[in-house]
Design a binder for this molecule. Structure first.
Ligand code: ADP
Ligand code: TYD
Length: 215
């Protein structure tokens, strides 16, 4: 089974993934957690270019780098793990590309879909948890996690985070549109609830989820 988490930076994805993985392992499942971009040696190198570099990258260059990282991860790690029956939990997948490079940077959606299809080979999550929180609030969490003042030109921020609030507002609107197109795959959760409340909703949803209903 492939479970993905989506949402604005700081929405609480990694926090929930850790708790979910621990819960599933406790009940005896084999679980692999991964984050995008990254997860193979090549993909981790691409991550450094995308997030840590101080170079400007064009929107198309950015799209192709995220997609190159994804192609490596899908083929080298995710597909073999799924074949063995492992539950794979992914911190971001192609919906992030649609939200950030499509709605955020303005790359046209048909081009984007064909590049996504190429990089994933058509692989889709069984279920996607969307942690819903306004960018203003999510980014405040990021700023306080890094103990830095609220300013988008701060050197402590990664290259994407320095894109500014207007960019994140477009990404947030984008997630709204993406979810409307595939209501069966997405489970939207109010990410302003407590960590435990969100975790409980995720566990309950997975218990009720059945592949037959969603095929
Ligand atoms: P993401 O992976 O989506 O960027 P994180 O899980 O790293 O988000 O969370 C960002 C910050 O917000 C962390 O400091 C985390 O402890 C805090 N956080 C996570 N979930 C919540 C929540 N439900 N309420 C308040 N703070 C949270
Ligand atoms: P990361 O620190 O891993 O995630 P988060 O900030 O949510 O904890 O940063 C990944 C960044 O890359 C994040 O800003 C979202 C962005 N991104 C894209 O723009 N497109 C993509 O396809 C992916 C996977 C991520």
């Amino acid at each position: 089974m492939l479970i993905t988490f989506e949402g604005i930076d700081g929405a609480g994805k990694s926090t929930q993934i850790k708790k979910l993985a621990a819960h599933l392992r406790n009940q005896g499942d084999t679980v692999l957690t991964l984050r995008e971009p990254g997860g193979t040696e090549v993909a981790e190198n691409i991550r450094l270019i995308l997030l840590e570099s101080r170079h400007d990258i064009t929107p198309v260059g950015e799209l192709l780098l995220f997609s190159a990282s994804r192609a490596e991860l899908v083929n080298e790690v995710i597909l073999p793990a799924l074949k063995e029956g492992t539950t794979v939990i992914l911190d971001r997948f192609f919906d992030s590309t649609t939200a950030y490079q499509g709605y955020g940077r303005g790359i046209d959606l048909p081009t984007l879909s064909s590049i996504i299809a190429l990089s994933t080979g058509g692989l889709k999550p069984d279920i996607t948890f969307y942690l819903d929180i306004l960018p203003e609030e999510a980014l405040i969490r990021k700023f306080s996690e890094k103990s830095i003042p609220l300013a988008f030109d701060n050197d402590e921020l990664d290259r994407m985070e320095r894109s500014g609030l207007d960019f994140y507002r477009k990404v947030y609107e984008g997630y709204g549109s993406i979810m409307q197109q595939e209501p069966n795959r997405f489970v939207s959760i109010n990410a302003r609830q407590s960590i435990q409340e969100i975790h409980t909703t995720i566990i309950r949803t997975l218990k009720e989820w059945s592949p037959e209903q969603h095929s």
